[in-house]
Design a protein around this ligand. Structure first.
Ligand SMILES: *Cc1c(COP(=O)(O)O)cnc(C)c1O
Length: 414
């Protein structure tokens, strides 16, 4: 693919140069149509049985995006009291929020319990604390199905080597703790990891979790977790995650379970990245180019404080170059390392990448930055975090978060 931006008309006719002129650089830009289309796709993963998709808001918790999720009928997952409060602020009713924290103190359990929000416990010891703090409550437990998956060892969240969840061998003990505190385990959930492009590990984990489910008498819900990938190598024509064939292979596994269990509880999944990643890009200015020992560098203002994924996970993000508002053709490429403006040698967005010739003054457009982009951004080096704008379905550019300013950074000093 020569250009994703052009193919999907990402800016809907708006000139990216003008957008940056108005809102500053670097800048997160989202496309509302792409966002809504992905949110709709996850809602039809299971159609034969009762099902809800819980958007995992840690991927992107911009209030405007949460309101769109609310409108699209998604439920949401929260990992902290902050995320719970944000969801309540966005207008989510308590029944549409699921709290899946790990290693928290009892004040967080009590907050969720007080709001009537369902909580999942991630260890026997957290189940015990929850039981003490919220006697007679209903809750869920997070089970490790024994298989993990993901694009990097830092995002595999099940299997043998993980801090997450309760082992399948400890279910009896979990049931005993529940009995001791008179709490009822009404749901089980799992999350095996993030960003897989083939369905096998997920389907194996579903099969394993459904075996665990049979040990509970009256489950109200079973939650299979998130992790569906998106094609980060789209300029090299990487294919989308095949939702349709995934759905086809998932259904007989569910049929089989429902036959044995005698009824269908509510099934859930927890996609984060899939909902938002492709709907967001970052625009940033190229401020310098240089040659160091034969390597060409393009220095931008998209530092690891703006997008940490490349330096944290060695993640690949496609980059397009924009000059005078137009995407530069990929017909002639050269090797270049694209970096940010942070004082760290790991502050690299793309290492030795084949890109069109980059000139000072160009805009770099980093694709697929909608998930784990702004939500992991920081003000490292005292660089205020960028603004976020949305290209609405109507084609308008709408500011959805103002740029941080110096006064924000110093506002907590006494
Ligand atoms: C992060 C997370 C998700 C979402 O993962 P994605 O890879 O973004 O789909 C879902 N469930 C839990 C428990 C998580 O921690």
């Amino acid at each position: 693919m020569n250009s994703y931006i052009k193919k999907v008309d990402f800016f809907k006719g708006n000139d990216p140069e003008k957008i940056v002129e108005e809102y500053g650089s670097p800048l997160y830009v989202y496309n509302e149509d792409i966002l809504r289309a992905h949110m709709r796709a996850v809602e039809s993963v299971i159609t034969k049985y009762p099902y809800t998709a819980n958007y995992s808001i840690k991927a992107n918790s911009n209030l405007e995006i949460l309101k769109i999720a609310l409108e699209e009928g998604l439920n949401c997952d929260a990992m902290s009291v902050g995320e719970l409060k944000l969801l309540l602020m966005a207008g989510f009713p308590k029944e549409r929020i699921f709290f899946v924290p790990n290693n928290v103190d009892e004040s967080e359990f009590k907050f969720a319990y007080g709001q009537g929000i369902m909580t999942s416990l991630d260890s026997l010891s957290q189940l015990e604390s929850f039981g003490k703090a919220c006697p007679k409550a209903r809750c869920a437990i997070r089970v490790n199905p024994g298989v993990g998956a993901g694009h990097h060892k830092k995002v595999v969240t099940a299997g043998k080597n993980t801090k997450f969840a309760i082992s399948m061998d400890d279910i009896d003990e979990a049931l005993e703790i529940a009995k001791k505190y008179n709490i009822s385990i009404v749901g089980i959930n799992q999350h095996i990891g993030s960003l897989f492009m083939t369905p096998e590990p997920y389907l194996d984990a579903v099969t394993n979790l459904l075996k665990v489910a049979e040990r509970f008498e009256n489950l109200e819900f079973i939650d299979f977790g998130g992790g569906y990938g998106i094609p980060y190598h789209k300029l090299d024509d990487e294919a989308e995650y095949d939702m349709a064939s995934f759905k086809k292979r998932l259904e007989p596994i569910l049929d089989d379970f429902v036959n044995r269990y005698g009824k269908a509880p509510l099934f859930k999944s927890e996609p984060g990245r899939y909902c938002v990643a492709e709907s967001g890009v970052i625009l940033g200015r190229v401020h310098a180019t240089k040659d160091n020992a034969g390597v060409k560098y393009a220095g931008t203002d998209i530092g690891m404080n703006v997008l940490v994924r490349p330096s944290m996970y060695d993640s690949w993000h496609d980059i397009e170059i924009i000059r005078n508002g137009k995407v530069v053709s990929r017909s002639k490429l050269e090797e270049v390392t694209v970096t940010g403006n942070i004082c760290e040698s790991g502050d690299i967005i793309a290492s030795k990448r084949m890109l069109p010739e980059i000139r000072k003054g160009d805009l770099a457009c980093v694709l697929d930055a909608g998930a784990y982009g702004y939500s992991m951004a920081s003000s490292y080096n005292c660089r205020p975090r960028p603004a976020e704008v949305m290209i609405t379905s109507g084609g308008r550019v709408k500011l959805i978060r103002r740029r941080e300013i110096f006064e924000d950074l110093v506002s907590m000093f006494i």
